[in-house]
Design a protein around this ligand. Structure first.
Ligand SMILES: [Zn+2]
Length: 80
């Protein structure tokens, strides 16, 4: 198994021999403690899931509005 570490800036897995992160270009400084790595990872997961949750909510809201419009047009059509 290769020795790996995590980029403190973007959280990607890096080979320990790398001097900078190939994903975000941040120079690798020292070694993060396990707690720092876990905290950073959890924060990123949290932010990502929150962002996708909000995106889904926005999408659902739009679908509801479209549905409401459709229903309104059906109701208008059925009026005598
Ligand atoms: Zn990085």
């Amino acid at each position: 198994m290769k020795a790996v570490t995590f980029c403190k800036a973007c959280g990607n897995i890096l080979n320990v021999s790398f001097n900078f992160c190939p994903f975000c270009g941040i120079p690798k400084k020292g070694k993060a403690t396990m707690n720092e790595i876990v905290d950073d990872s959890l924060q990123q997961i949290d932010t990502k899931s929150r962002t996708s949750y909000l995106k889904r909510l926005g999408h659902l809201e739009k679908q509801l509005m479209d549905l409401e419009k459709e229903l309104n047009s059906i109701i208008i059509l059925k009026k005598p």
